[in-house]
Ligand binder design. Structure first.
Ligand code: GLU
Length: 268
């Protein structure tokens, strides 16, 4: 390699490195933080019928980060499968979209401290299926590119897992009799059931096949933005705002109440 080529290579590395690490500066300069969010999963991210705006727990978390940075929040809907590609392609600054932290994903992107905890369950028509054993040889619906897809294949190897773009489509398949269950995180299933025309016609089975801690997803190397994100999360916990947000979306007055069995703490 000539000295000239070496210099060019060094410069390219420098540019690539700083581009990856500079999202915080870009966000501040642009004046907006672009978050990839779900737009059909109440109460995490869905379109409010009255305002036509995307709202939800994940959106409020994104807003808290934007506020801390002193910028506006911009939302871009993403499917489960599109989350990591959209982030890597630079179409969003971070992902706040019911995303479980896994070692495989952590090879591709960085995660914030965990900010929500749930676990995978099964939504069925009441009385149609009593346990996982009943689902052997049957079809089960879930979303492409999700941990739910992988976990279900392991938990019920002789069932057929049908993967849809997102969970509302899997729920439609349940209603059309094309699958006997929809499987994903309990907090998502509770939201789907609550918004169904007849919630009492469905039930969520007790069996829980995984732990799903959610993290905000960032591009690898975005250390400055990650530090701000993590500071925001810990501050929300400290000042009671995280608890208030949980109560707002999952409290007793919400469509699908849940108990808050966690606090946001720094990853070890
Ligand atoms: N939390 C799981 C995941 O990240 C399932 C929910 C989803 O697909 O968003 O894959």
């Amino acid at each position: 390699m000539t000295r000239w080529m070496g210099t060019v290579l060094w410069l390219l590395t420098l540019v690539a490195g700083s581009a990856a690490a500079d999202t915080l500066a870009t966000v501040k300069q642009r004046g907006t933080l672009v978050c990839g969010v779900k737009d059909s999963l109440p109460p995490f991210g869905y379109v409010d019928a009255k305002t036509r705006q995307i709202v939800g727990y994940d959106i409020d978390i994104c807003k808290a980060i934007a506020d801390r940075l002193g910028v506006r929040m911009e939302l871009k809907p993403v499917t489960s499968a599109a989350r990591i590609p959209q982030l890597k392609e630079g179409n969003v600054d971070l992902v706040a979209a019911t995303m479980t932290k896994t070692p495989e994903r952590a090879n591709e992107i960085d995660f914030s401290h965990s900010y929500f905890f749930t676990g995978q369950k099964f939504l069925v028509k009441k009385g149609a299926v009593r346990s996982l054993k009943d689902m052997a040889g049957k079809k089960i619906g879930t979303a492409k590119g999700s941990t739910s897809e992988q976990n279900a294949k392991k938990a019920i190897p002789d069932a057929t897992i049908l993967s849809f773009d997102d969970y509302p489509q899997a729920f439609l398949a349940l209603n059309q009799g094309k699958v006997v269950a929809v499987t994903t995180d309990e907090a998502i299933l509770a939201g789907i059931r609550a918004k169904a025309p007849k919630p009492e016609a469905y039930e969520i089975l007790d069996e829980r096949i995984s732990d799903e801690p959610y993290g905000l997803g960032l591009r690898k190397g975005d250390a400055a933005l990650l530090a701000e994100v993590n500071k925001t999360l810990l501050e929300l916990e400290r000042n009671g705002e995280a608890k208030r947000l949980f109560e707002k979306w999952f409290g007793p007055q919400s469509a699908a109440p849940l108990k808050r069995t966690f606090t946001i703490t720094a990853d070890k």
